[in-house]
Design a binder for this molecule. Structure first.
Ligand code: MG
Length: 388
C-alpha cells in the first residue's frame, strides 16, 4: 500500500500557463504543494482558474492591461495581482517560498531568476535561456548565495540523477540524448520548404511552440549542451550528443572507468518537475511506468551536424564565451519568431543565426547590462537580415 503524503514545500510558479507551467500545476495538485505565487504573460483565464484552485498570495501578469482585468475578476479572493515586467522581477525577489520554478519562455526568464537567487530562494529551472545567456553570472551568484539551481529539463534532470553520489573528478563525459526532431534524416535541400505547421508536429515530447521549433533545428540540443556546462561545471569538450529517437534514455554520464549510467523512463516532463521540487526525496509519480518489453528496441545515431548547423554553432559559442551565447540565443529567438509568423523559411533560421553569431564582436566577461544589449542587437541584426 502506498501511503498518501503531502509534500511540505511551498513553491512559486513563474510562467504558470505554459506547457511546463501547467504540468507543474498538475504536480502541485497531486501532492498538495502550496503555491505562493503565479506569473504569466497574459492568459488571464487560465490564471483565474489557477488562483481559485491554489489561492496564492501573489499573481503577476506581464501584460499590464490584462493584469487590471484579472485584478477585478479575482477581487473576491485574497490574491494580490500586479502587472508588468518589473512586477514579475520584484515578485521573484519578494515572495516567501522554498523554491521558485521558472518556466518563463525565452530571455525574459533571466531577471526573475537572478532576483530569486539574490533573495536566497532555490530555483527549479526550466528556462534554459537563463543559463545560455548568462550562465557564468547566474551560477556564480547561486554559489555566492548558497542557492541550488535544479534542472527541470529532462536531459539535465537525468544527468543530475546519474551524478548523484560520485565525485566530479571521476566523470569523463556527459552524454545528452536527442530525439532528433521531426526532420531527422533529412538533408538541407529537403528542409527548405518546411512550414511552421510541419515543424510543430514533434514526435515525442509535449512542448510549447518555441521549443518545438528549437528541437526541429537542433538548436534546443545546442542550448542544452551550454546549459549542461554551466549546471554541472564541466568543459564543453566533455559534453556529447547522441540521437535516440525513442526518448526512453533521458541522458547518461560516463565515468573514467568507462561505466555509463543512464536514467530512463516514459517521456513525461512531470517526472523532472516533481524531482526538482521534491529533491532529494522521491514521491509517487504522475507518469506511466516504463515497460521495456513494450518499447522493444532502442536506437542510437550520430546527430547530423552538417545539416543541422546550429548544434555545432552552440559548441563554438560556448567555447567563445563572453557575449556570444547570448547573441546565439537572441538571434535564434527572433528568427524562430519570424519563422512562426511565416516571414522567413526554416533554413533561414539556421543561416541567419549563424551569420549574426559569427559576425558579432565579442567581449570577455560581460555584465548583465552588456548581455542584454547584445541580446537586443542580435535580434535587430536578424530583423535586418530578414528585410534584405
Ligand atoms: Mg530537453
Amino acid at each position: 500500500m502506498t501511503e498518501k503524503k503531502t509534500i511540505e514545500k511551498s513553491i512559486a510558479i513563474f510562467g504558470s500557463t505554459g506547457s511546463i507551467g501547467t504540468q507543474s500545476i498538475e504536480v502541485a495538485r497531486k501532492h498538495n504543494i502550496k503555491v505562493k505565487a503565479l506569473t504569466a504573460r497574459g492568459d488571464i483565464e487560465k490564471l483565474e482558474e489557477q488562483i481559485r484552485e491554489f489561492n496564492p498570495q501573489y499573481c503577476a501578469v506581464l501584460d499590464e492591461e490584462k493584469a487590471k482585468i484579472l485584478k477585478q475578476k479575482v477581487a473576491d479572493t485574497s490574491t494580490c495581482v500586479t502587472g508588468g515586467e518589473k512586477a514579475i522581477e520584484e515578485l521573484a525577489y519578494n515572495v516567501k517560498c522554498d523554491m521558485l520554478l521558472n518556466s518563463i519562455i525565452g530571455k525574459a526568464g533571466l531577471r526573475p531568476t537572478l532576483a530569486a537567487i539574490e533573495s536566497g530562494k532555490n530555483i527549479a529551472l526550466a528556462n534554459k535561456e537563463t543559463l545560455v545567456t548568462a550562465g557564468t553570472i547566474v551560477m556564480n551568484k547561486a554559489r555566492e548565495k548558497g542557492v541550488s539551481v535544479l534542472p527541470v529539463d529532462s536531459e539535465h534532470c537525468a544527468i543530475f540523477q546519474c551524478l548523484e553520489g560520485y565525485p566530479k573528478k571521476q566523470v569523463s563525459r556527459l552524454i545528452l540524448t536527442a530525439s532528433g526532431g521531426p526532420f531527422f534524416g533529412k538533408k538541407r535541400e529537403e528542409l527548405a520548404g518546411i512550414t511552421p505547421e510541419m515543424a510543430l508536429a514533434h514526435p515525442t515530447w509535449n512542448m510549447g511552440q518555441k521549443i518545438t521549433i528549437d528541437s526541429a533545428t537542433l538548436m534546443n540540443k545546442g542550448f542544452e549542451v551550454i546549459e549542461a556546462c554551466h549546471l554541472f561545471d564541466i568543459d564543453v569538450e566533455k559534453v556529447d550528443v547522441v540521437v535516440h529517437r525513442e526518448s526512453i534514455i533521458h541522458s547518461m554520464v560516463e565515468y573514467i572507468d568507462n561505466a555509463v549510467l543512464a536514467q530512463m523512463g516514459v517521456p513525461d516532463m512531470r517526472t523532472c518537475i516533481q524531482y526538482a521540487i521534491t529533491y532529494p526525496d522521491r514521491f509517487d509519480g504522475l507518469q506511466e511506468k516504463l515497460d521495456l518489453a513494450k518499447v522493444g528496441k532502442m536506437t542510437f545515431a550520430e546527430p547530423d551536424k552538417e545539416t543541422f548547423v546550429l548544434l555545432d554553432l552552440a559548441y563554438k559559442s560556448m567555447k567563445m564565451g563572453g557575449l556570444i551565447p547570448a547573441v546565439l540565443n537572441g538571434a535564434n529567438e527572433e528568427a524562430v519568431y519570424l519563422f512562426l509568423n511565416h516571414k522567413i523559411s526554416f533554413t533561414d533560421i539556421m543561416d541567419m543565426v549563424k551569420e549574426v553569431v559569427l559576425g558579432y564582436k565579442n567581449i570577455d566577461t560581460p555584465t548583465i547590462e552588456q548581455i542584454e544589449e547584445a541580446d537586443r542587437n542580435a535580434r535587430r541584426l536578424v530583423r535586418e537580415l530578414a528585410c534584405r
